[in-house]
Design a protein around this ligand. Structure first.
Ligand code: HEM
Length: 461
């Protein structure tokens, strides 16, 4: 039989290189995929999947997820090819949309670009350095009530402290009662949702349950307060020197400013993104210090040497080098944001594997920052490892507690400053040890939390 001449199209097809293969990964249940295994122990599951390689495929019900473990692949997604990725579907859930709308954390494309341009100056180092005193004052006020040898839940203390600080730096003091209410209600309503594992949100429960109805009612209450604060501030025209004033003044080259709706979305975003993450870093740092006396002694020695008994200020930060290394190391072992999520817009190839469009991609600080290829003795708490030489030789995305690329955490300087100042203020006066019979366990929810708090005994130094 005569062979048929191949058409142009067929010829082109036949000379195209073979498509890259799909990556390996656990099979999981025929319907649920890896969901049951994941839910049993998310952190173990994430770590265990590394055995399949640097790019791993896992199915959660009807959603295909890839886990990336190698810094080069993470860099590809969050930085060099960031244009081909949007935030993962978990961040587009009803819950998030209702709370933060089109704020910086969740928006995309041109909307995000403009907002980032407008909000960025409010987080400039010089501008936020004015908040250093607020941070130290609130920390001093808190410890004034501490009694030697009492047992405290240091996580609860840190949550309250960072909430007060964010309320003051956003809204200043003139609206204190209203602002406090926003903080209180917001931290309450995110609780039931925030305690779910991130990937569970893929299922985004839309049923009108009582909890959902309450959530929407409370979200409306917060909206009312925030809109009222914005209206009052607009009417007064005063620059209060706080973040809200900065956001109100921010304008584009064409002179256009943010609408009330955008202001509200950014205010809520800053609340949500900024307060718990900072509190968690502080809590986990105290937890690690309480178990490492040698590190704690060096920490105290630095405080005594640099501060000589006076309260810390912004100017002290460059000299609190060891404290800074402690924080870096704590964020390596207990990154509050323990995973980043993205969705592929177009098909692409990562690490030699095919990534179909709409694949949900997860990159875990939790796993990569504990990878022995990049961190010798990865489970050990060793602030000393953070020499300039070590930091310089580390692949860029082996350590990414604040994310990276264009969506890099806008509050990272604010957070680092707050963490070091609060640690220094408390560490000057108190030493913390773990309370007996209160084991600490990790709850990988929206962020990496201590499941039942962290109970410590506080003693005067
Ligand atoms: C230790 C504390 C903090 C940690 C670990 C942290 C972590 C992160 C991470 C990992 C991202 C990137 C998310 C992604 O790419 O999907 C992010 C973004 C963001 N963070 Fe933070 N953050 C912290 C503190 C703060 C503070 C104090 C604020 C504000 C006061 C803040 C505001 C934001 C905002 C607005 C974004 C979105 C930026 C954008 O997409 O343009 N964060 N943060």
């Amino acid at each position: 039989m005569a062979t048929r001449m191949k058409s142009d199209k067929e010829l082109r097809k036949s000379v195209q290189p073979a498509r890259a293969p799909l990556p390996p990964g656990p099979e999981g249940h025929s319907i649920l995929g890896v969901m049951p295994e994941f839910n049993r122990d998310p952190l173990e599951f994430i770590k265990g999947c590394r055995d399949y390689g640097d790019v791993v495929r896992a199915r959660f019900l009807y959603v295909t997820a890839y886990f990336l473990y190698h810094p080069d692949d993470i860099e590809y997604v969050v930085s060099t090819h960031a244009k081909n990725f949007i935030k993962s579907m978990s961040l587009r859930s009803n819950f998030f949309q209702r709370l933060v709308g089109n704020g910086l954390l969740t928006s995309e494309g041109e909307v995000w670009k403009r907002q980032r341009r407008l909000v960025q100056p409010a987080f400039h180092r010089q501008r936020i350095s004015a908040y250093g005193d607020v941070m130290v004052d609130y920390a001093r006020r808190m410890i004034a009530a501490w009694r030697p040898n009492e047992v405290r839940d240091i996580h609860r203390d840190m949550m309250r402290l960072t909430l007060e600080i964010v309320v003051r730096t956003l809204f200043n003091a003139d609206v204190s009662q209203d602002a406090d209410k926003v903080g209180r209600v917001l931290s309450q309503i995110v609780k039931p949702f925030a305690s779910q594992a991130t990937i569970k949100w893929i299922l985004d429960n839309r049923l009108p349950t009582a909890a959902h109805r309450r959530f929407h009612r409370e979200a409306r209450q917060i909206d009312d307060i925030v809109y009222r604060i914005i209206a009052d501030r607009r009417a007064s025209g005063l620059d209060q020197g706080d973040l809200l004033s900065m956001l109100l003044q921010a304008h584009d080259e064409d002179g256009s400013k943010m609408t009330d709706r955008q202001l509200r979305d950014e205010v809520m975003t800053i609340f949500l993104a900024g307060h718990e993450t900072t509190a968690l870093t502080l809590s986990w740092t105290w937890y690690l210090l309480a178990q490492n006396r040698f590190v704690e002694q060096k920490f105290h020695a630095e405080l005594d040497d640099v501060l000589g008994g006076r309260p810390p200020t912004m100017d002290d930060l460059p000299r609190l080098k060891y404290t800074d290394m402690i924080v870096r190391e704590a964020m390596r072992l207990y990154p509050p944001a323990y995973g980043l999520g993205r969705e592929a817009i177009d098909e692409c190839e990562i690490g030699g594997f095919r990534v179909p469009r709409k694949t949900q991609i997860f990159m875990f600080q939790w796993a990569t920052q504990r990878d022995p290829r990049f961190f010798p003795e990865p489970e050990a708490f060793r602030p000393e490892r953070w020499t300039e030489e070590f930091s310089g030789s580390l692949p860029k995305y082996a350590y990414f507690p604040f994310g990276g690329g264009p969506r890099f955490c806008i509050g990272n300087t604010f957070a680092t400053m707050e963490i070091v100042l609060v640690l220094a203020t408390i560490g000057q006066q108190f030493t913390l040890s773990l309370a007996p019979d209160h084991p600490v366990s990790i709850l990988p929810a929206m962020s990496l939390r201590p499941k039942d708090g962290i109970r410590v005994v506080v003693e005067n130094r």
